[in-house]
Design a protein around this ligand. Structure first.
Ligand code: ATP
Ligand code: MG
Length: 392
């Protein structure tokens, strides 16, 4: 029954020039999201609003599902589009609309007409009154509440007449492409895909890096990360996944450094390498799935040690989240089932029985000197031999 969708977006903070950039990015992202949906759609900006007009048959649920993944959308209103065949016909059509959309009419409503076409022969208050009266007569269970109606029936008179009343919640956030770019350290766990999702919700484009340690970590473990990147990209858009072969570096650290500091030192090399790629690819920050106290490498002292090697800001959107809150989001974005697949992670293999929980950054720096002979060459090699996978 619907031929169009009115897209609502939060307008706070998007005034002036920013507003038009925001809207254009949102239109682009909607067009992009609808590419995978059967049917033809015209996405356009008209008098400060964004509409998705269907130009062919389409599956309603499929379109709504795609739109609920476009950051920047706060609400999706399915619209019935009517030809203007005079007011009497409009009354009939509005009755039919209410009957179909609200089988149970035990509710209050209000008609809210807008005349975008000024040559329409009736004034707005008159349209509101007349349509209200027609509905009350047709459906005696209905009553009018002009202050807090259960249903706000919008009737917009343009070239055609747009009727809508339902709002399906959108994901909120900012359209991808409005907030720069960040490098996500993506592992096969539960946390980092959620961290990527959260940062991209603020309009940030992502690039990702995964540290792979074959043969200690399997091809299947890598495939798991590729799969997770795909789930994140449903929201975040296409991204490049840089796969770094980290085995030699890990073995070298294992060989030269105290074992209780392995995780921290490894993490520092991950950050250094991620930052190099971030700078190369025009990223403005790094993103991790760390959360205070979750494991030994995520105490305040450990986080300070990992941070110590970065000059770009490190964003940790989950820093104050409990595990269950993170799990809830991972279920919502469909990454959970993939994240819990039991494939070994490079960090778990080399992890010490009793890792330091309160590392001292000066001690760590000192022990990293043991790596001086070969580490720069190894990092260079790891960067040069990286595999880049395009995630669509
Ligand atoms: P996750 O669930 O994201 O794997 P985690 O709870 O297992 O996190 P750690 O293993 O301590 O935590 O990793 C902390 C963060 O470091 C991860 O969230 C991720 O951003 C990054 N990281 C860890 N291992 C890797 C890896 N192999 N490749 C890329 N990033 C990694
Ligand atoms: Mg992990």
């Amino acid at each position: 029954m619907f031929q169009s969708f009115l897209i609502k977006y939060a307008e706070i903070g998007v005034k002036g020039k920013n507003r038009y950039l925001f809207e254009d990015a949102l239109v682009r992202q909607i067009v992009f999201a609808l590419r995978k949906v059967d049917g033809q759609f015209d996405v356009h900006k008209t008098s400060g609003r964004i509409y998705v007009d269907a130009k062919s048959a389409f599956d309603f649920d499929e379109v709504v599902n795609a739109l609920t993944k476009v950051f920047g959308i706060s609400g999706i209103c399915p619209v019935v589009v009517l030809e203007d065949h005079g007011f009497a016909q409009l009354g009939e059509d509005v009755k039919a609309y209410m009957d179909k959309v609200y089988p149970d009419k035990n509710m209050t409503f209000k008609v809210h007409a807008r005349r975008a076409r000024k040559n329409y022969p009736m004034e707005t208050p008159e349209i509101n009154m007349e349509l209200g009266a027609i509905l009350l007569e047709a459906f005696p269970e209905l009553s009018v509440d002009v202050h807090e109606p259960d249903v706000m029936l919008n009737v917009e008179i343009r070239e055609k007449i747009y009727v809508y009343s339902q709002i399906i919640p959108g994901p909120g956030g900012m359209p991808i492409g409005t907030s720069g770019k960040a490098m996500l350290l993506l592992s096969g766990g539960i946390d980092s895909p959620v961290a990527g999702y959260m940062i991209s919700k603020r309009g940030v484009t992502l690039e990702a890096v995964y540290f792979h340690a074959p043969p200690y970590t399997s091809e299947r473990a890598k495939q798991k990360v590729v799969d997770l990147a795909k789930y994140v990209s449903v929201y975040a858009g296409p991204m490049k996944l840089h796969v770094i072969n980290f085995t030699d570096i890990q073995l070298y650290i294992y060989d030269k450094c105290p074992h209780d500091e392995l995780t921290i030192i490894m993490r520092r090399y991950m950050m250094r390498i991620a930052e190099t790629i971030a700078e190369e690819t025009g990223c403005h920050g790094l993103v991790t799935g760390e959360s205070i106290g979750q494991v030994a490498s995520q105490t305040m002292q450990s986080l300070a040690c990992t941070n110590d090697v970065c000059s770009l800001p490190v964003y940790r959107p989950l820093i104050a989240f409990d595990k269950q809150d993170i799990v809830d989001i991972s279920e919502k974005i469909d990454t959970y089932e993939t994240s819990i697949q039991p494939y070994e992670d490079c960090c778990t293999i080399f992890v010490a029985k009793h890792p330091v929980t309160k590392p001292n950054v000066n001690v760590i720096r000192l022990h990293e000197k043991n790596l001086e002979e070969k580490i720069d060459e190894m990092v260079k090699e790891a960067l040069e031999t990286r595999e880049i996978i395009e995630i669509e």
